[in-house]
Design a protein around this ligand. Structure first.
Ligand SMILES: Cc1cc2nc3c(=O)[nH]c(=O)nc-3n(C[C@H](O)[C@H](O)[C@H](O)COP(=O)(O)OP(=O)(O)OC[C@H]3O[C@@H](n4cnc5c(N)ncnc54)[C@H](O)[C@@H]3O)c2cc1C
Length: 326
């Protein structure tokens, strides 16, 4: 059976906040577009921890000046889901959910062929807004694939009364450690650095430091996890190796963009460890004409550089450029 190819001015890959911002700008300019999202709407945020609170105030998470009303100084995950969902539905944005893009190929006529799990499309312009939350930074140690190990944290109740190891000292790790401790889990943190990260939310940092100092949460600083077995873990601490019995291991060591996906489209990356994709800082166009980057993916391995607050502007920059060239 022959697949019917659908044609658009713009294909937006990724239905996160920044993909949605791009769709709003495309709609304003009366350009045809579709967002292709491999999971549910704002899939990354949907998979954040249940009790997660944003570090940004709500107005800084707004798209296209559409008010984000929250009764809290910093909105919660559930409110953000509500906000981005209402924007999408009330603006009748053209979005296909649960449709993963598997390849983007530039054809001789400068059109881009986008192939998904469900269909084939062509477009003059492609915006890649795929974020970085899909691929964890693996430790590559023995036992990392055991069922008791996870690279994502969701809800503390599951860990009540359980001996739980949390690896990392960033916001995600600190939130997980505090929540699990408060729901009756026995928490041990393993931290590569010699202190809790400076980027930890300023109102949370004293809490974790005090819990560690009073001994409610155990923490090994300047330490690394070496091996995970069914029953215990091997930790390389500042005072030598120790084994500790445990039930669950949560590895919150960060995430990285899908570099192979970018490279498969022909987008080049910096050769240093930052692996920053090539793009024009004024237009967000990559080294492949007609392919643009938007949102947190632009930072390469520097995943703290871009967030919603400072990358929502990419949408207008890109659409200004596309409209100009049209
Ligand atoms: C715990 C946590 C707290 C945060 N707090 C804040 C905050 O307070 N303020 C702030 O500004 N930022 C915050 N951030 C960062 C913010 O959530 C992200 O910056 C934001 O989600 C980025 O938006 P994005 O649209 O660029 O990427 P994402 O939201 O990650 O969206 C990318 C989308 O692309 C989809 N996708 C990926 N590959 C494909 C494919 N091949 N085909 C189709 N779809 C694909 C994904 O499913 C995903 O839905 C936080 C992040 C975390 C992890």
């Amino acid at each position: 059976m022959q697949i019917q190819t659908k044609e658009f001015d713009i294909i937006i890959i990724g239905g996160g906040p920044i993909g949605i911002a791009c769709a709003l700008e495309a709609k304003k300019r009366e350009l045809s577009y579709v967002i292709l999202e491999k999971g549910c709407l704002v899939n990354s945020i949907y998979h954040y921890p249940t009790n997660m609170t944003f570090f940004s105030t709500s107005e800084k998470l707004e798209l296209d000046n559409i008010p984000f009303i929250s009764t809290n100084p910093k909105p919660h995950k559930a409110e953000a889901l509500e906000y981005y969902r209402r924007i999408t539905t009330s603006n009748e944005l053209n979005i296909h959910l649960f449709e993963k893009v598997s390849s983007v190929e530039t054809l001789d006529n400068k059109l881009h062929k986008v192939t998904t799990t469900k269909a084939e499309y062509t477009a003059k312009n492609v915006i890649v807004a795929t974020g970085f939350y899909d691929i964890p930074n693996y430790l590559s140690i023995e036992g990392e694939n055991l069922p008791k190990v996870s690279h994502y944290y969701n809800d503390p109740h599951y860990f009540a009364t359980q001996k739980t190891i949390v690896v990392g000292a960033s916001n995600s790790a600190v939130d997980a450690a505090l929540e699990i401790y408060r729901k009756g889990g026995d928490v041990t943190m393993i931290v590569r650095e010699d202190a809790i990260g400076e980027r930890v939310k300023y109102w949370v940092r004293p809490d974790i430091i005090n819990r560690i100092e009073e001994g409610s949460i155990r923490a090994y600083f300047s330490s690394e996890l070496k091996e995970i077995t069914e029953k215990d873990v091997l930790i390389n601490t500042a005072d030598g190796e120790i084994r500790q019995e445990n039930d669950f291991v949560i590895l919150l060591t960060g995430y990285r963009p899908n570099f192979d996906f970018l490279k498969s489209m022909g987008i080049s990356l910096s050769e240093d460890e930052k692996r920053i994709p090539t793009y024009n800082e004024n237009t967000m166009e990559t080294n492949i004409p007609g392919i643009y980057l938007a949102g947190v993916i632009c930072g390469g391995m520097e995943t703290h550089k871009w967030f919603i607050e400072n990358s929502r502007i990419h949408a207008k920059m890109i659409l200004d450029d596309i409209a100009k060239n049209k």
